[in-house]
Design a protein around this ligand. Structure first.
Ligand code: UD1
Length: 429
């Protein structure tokens, strides 16, 4: 199994390009199931999760072709890919595929809307809590689907099509909002989703669906109105910049010191996290070309954060921010409200010398002047990268094991960081 070896202590300086967002790419790719026409997606990141979803969609009958150049020439770089689901050959998403990536459960929405049936395995995914699917089921039932759960599979049917309705999410869910928006796009009549997720990835999907002929208003607010249409066409659409990758590298610079332009980053996708970083003493400059992040001298001020749905502080940056706080000048409190079991990085950061104690959903972090490199291991994507950025700031050598977690969500991580002066390499085997 590959691992990443980092020799810490170098400041980061230079230009680091930001990729297309994984969490926007996945639902956009799934939207290709809604039409027999070609959906062309630009700026798709080259990630293990994207490759897995290409295979999963292929199983349902989606053909794909990579634009222009041969795939080998593009290895590791964002690409333009054409997806065409001329016909749906299989409405079952089997356990072997869905268990590898939770987001593939989302095919249930488009399959049900287009084919009137879907049989989708209950998902697996990152080990960060129980992550049930009750909201998807309640919401699709509200649109008239008949659903039962049998032997680990969700069987959903809507023989005469889905019917628009009002649905109030009892809890904000990104995935359930994506799915209901896709399903309602092809339902009869109007659907109103209330207490919907407001994440930028929701807006990116709604824009794409509208380019395909859907009639969706209000994405990005808590109330989304969808007037169903009978069919959708193809479109060409661009994946937004990855706000989690942006925040991760901004936190890396805040931790190591230095001066980096995060090229292509969009500040309005992560204002809350940028303002939090400013409070720690990091200088943030919002430019047309990206975001410049600087910290030269001066200590890291401790700042308390609580994760919240967008526009609040994202749970997907919680581990990385905790990494930064381990070296702050004082005590900070980090409260996780989205996932109940998202503190697995705590014991690994402790291996680097961090002082963190847990009190329920809150981590109390006592900043230390130095971290020291050690072998570490992570159990989910964002936790892994928090160990990478802590390793960049630690004295000596840190080895991060189970790199496949990083490959799920960070495009060319070693190359991007070494391009800014980090000593970081991948060791195979
Ligand atoms: C998405 C992101 C993930 C991010 C999360 C929260 C993708 C591919 N993944 O995940 O990176 O951490 O949003 O910003 O975009 N819940 C239920 N019942 C449901 C569905 C969700 O109780 O049916 C709960 C979850 O357990 C969790 C909360 O709702 O506690 C929010 O989860 P949700 O927003 O659905 O996360 P995902 O869409 O899976």
């Amino acid at each position: 199994m590959d691992r990443i070896r980092i020799t810490g202590g170098n400041a980061l300086n230079g230009t680091l390009p930001i990729s297309g967002a994984k969490n926007a790419a996945l639902p956009l790719m799934i939207a290709s199931l809604l039409t027999d026409d070609t959906l062309t997606l630009e700026n798709l990141p080259h990630l293990a999760d994207v490759e897995s979803l290409i295979r999963i969609l292929g199983n349902h009958g989606v053909d794909y072709s990579v634009n222009g150049r041969r795939e080998s020439q593009e290895k590791g770089y964002s690409r333009t890919i054409h997806f065409t689901a001329r016909s749906i050959v299989d409405t079952t998403a089997p356990y072997e595929l869905v268990s590898k990536m939770r987001a593939s459960f989302w095919v249930i929405g488009p399959l049900l809307a287009r084919m009137g049936e879907a049989r989708v395995s209950l998902p697996g995914g990152c080990a960060i809590g129980t992550r049930p699917v009750d909201l998807f089921i309640d919401g699709l039932r509200a649109l008239g689907a008949e659903i039962d759960i049998e032997q680990g599979y969700v069987n959903a049917t809507a023989r005469n099509g889905l019917i628009g309705n009002r649905y109030v999410f009892p809890k904000v869910s990104v995935g359930a909002t994506h799915v209901l928006m896709m399903a309602a796009a092809l339902a009869k009549g109007q659907t109103v989703l209330e207490n919907a997720a407001r994440e930028p990835e929701i807006v990116n999907l709604a824009d794409c669906l509208n380019a395909m002929g859907a009639r969706i208003h209000g994405a990005g607010t808590a109330t989304i109105t969808i007037d169903g249409v009978t069919s959708l066409s193809g479109a060409r659409h661009r994946v937004i910049a990855d706000r989690i990758e942006t925040g991760t590298y901004a936190m890396a610079v805040a931790m190591t010191g230095g001066d980096v332009l995060l090229e292509g980053a969009e500040a309005d996708l992560l204002e809350n996290a940028l303002e939090t970083l400013e409070q720690t003493g990091t200088e943030i400059t919002r430019l047309n070309t990206g975001i410049r992040v600087r910290r030269n001298g001066g200590g890291i001020a401790p700042v308390d954060v609580t994760t919240e749905p967008f526009p609040g502080f994202p749970t997907d940056l919680q581990a990385q921010f905790m990494g930064l706080m381990t070296m702050a000048k004082g005590r900070s409190h980090i409260t996780e409200t989205i996932f109940e079991n998202r503190f697995m990085h705590v014991q690994e950061l402790a291996r680097l010398g961090a002082k963190i104690s847990l009190a329920g959903q809150t981590a109390v972090v006592e900043g230390v002047p130095v971290l020291r490199g050690a072998p570490v291991m992570a159990t989910d994507l964002r936790a892994s990268v928090s160990l990478v950025i802590a390793g960049l700031a630690a004295e000596g050598v840190t080895e991060v094991n189970r790199v496949y977690h990083l490959d799920r969500g960070f495009e060319r991580l070693e190359e991007k960081l070494s391009g800014c002066g980090a000593t970081i390499e991948r060791i195979s085997g």
